[in-house]
Design a protein. Structure first.
Length: 85
């Protein structure tokens, strides 16, 4: 095993992780209930959100529509998606 190659590869991976962190990539959170409601309305045509409840870690939310349906908004990779609850 070439230790210099291993060390260089590790340094490269850690460097890319640092750049991603500095650019604010990944690790996203929902800013507030309004953002969760916007995601839900954008993901499901015709859905009109009336309220939302965020999880403590702000990575998911339950959004209630005017018709009583609920959607779960959750993080999927770097974006948020809504799915029927």
């Amino acid at each position: 095993m070439n230790w210099a190659l291993l060390a260089g590869s590790l340094a490269g991976v850690l460097g890319l992780a640092l750049v991603a962190r500095l650019l604010g990539l990944g690790g996203g959170e929902l800013a507030d209930e309004r953002e969760a409601m916007r995601v839900a309305e954008a993901e499901l045509p015709g859905f009109v959100a009336v309220s939302a409840e965020l999880a403590e870690d702000r990575r998911s939310a339950v959004v209630t529509g005017e018709d009583g349906r609920t959607l779960k908004v959750r993080q999927h990779g770097a974006q948020f998606v809504a799915e029927r609850h």
